[in-house]
Design a protein around this ligand. Sequence first.
Ligand code: SF4
Ligand code: MG
Length: 318
Amino acid sequence: SAHSLVKHFNAGGFGAARKVVRAVDDVSFELAPGETLGVVGESGCGKSTTARLLVQLLKPDSGSVRYEGKVVGPELPLKAFRSKVQMVFQDSFASLNPRMTMIDAVAFGPTVHGVSQSDAIRKAQDLLDRVGLDPARFGGRYAHELSGGQRQRVNIARALAFDPQVIVLDEAVSALDKSVEAQVLNLLMDLRRERGLTYVFISHDLNVVRHISDRVMVMYLGEVAEIGPAESLYGAPCHPYTEALLAAMPSLDPDQRTMEAPLAGDPPNPIDPPSGCRFHTRCARAFGPCSTQIPPSYTVGRSHVAACHLNSVKEHVA
Ligand code: SF4
Ligand code: MG
């Protein structure tokens, strides 16, 4: 679970002129074993920063990550945590050492954890085979000799080599062609079932997120706007930003595509986010308190929470 994670980046300047990018502000969530949490939002909303904080590639300014109740760092050594929580990135090429064969890339993790070279190679062969790459054909190849989809399969095998419980997938299928993307998604869903894996699935593609996620977290300018079960969040969103994202979703049925973009313009600058509700400058339903008061998180359903003032009205009506 993540507790009140905060990460600000320095964007230059000194003293009173110091500029700070509020990349992630007070983000908290829990992961249940075996579930998939989708994370959506426009680029720059803090999805990737949250992912990097979660896997401890970045140190939060404040807040903590707990694994099985233990605070990572003081209570659970980083090395033990790292083998349990792996990450797969969007750029399949940058993630692989260009001078390593694919078999060595996958075998590397186990050897770091004390597995003998021959056992690690055997494990890597099995994993390559499991992700759909014949080890005899692909094991000796280098990253540049593979397609993007094949490289991403290797990156998945490499993550699996640590026997993780959790895999954080940051736009892991976004760079792939649609048909390859569907194949890799199916592989991820099969692996999840076989191994009881927990995923954090970050994507700008709401159709894909709906397909794979049990719960979904919507982020806006470094904050959680809404989080809840995929079914209720897609079916009955309780935050105008979620509604706008859903309305902007390309429909699978071309006849139902709306011509108008309901979400106009870009998000405001995270160096100086709007007061009150950060979404108020783009929200069609903003009213009285929105520009001055930060909306609290309202429980709007079973494990469904939304940070929007409109829900206070709903609560009083109900
Ligand atoms: Fe819109 Fe106000 Fe809700 Fe923010 S709090 S999303 S501005 S209605
Ligand atoms: Mg990103």
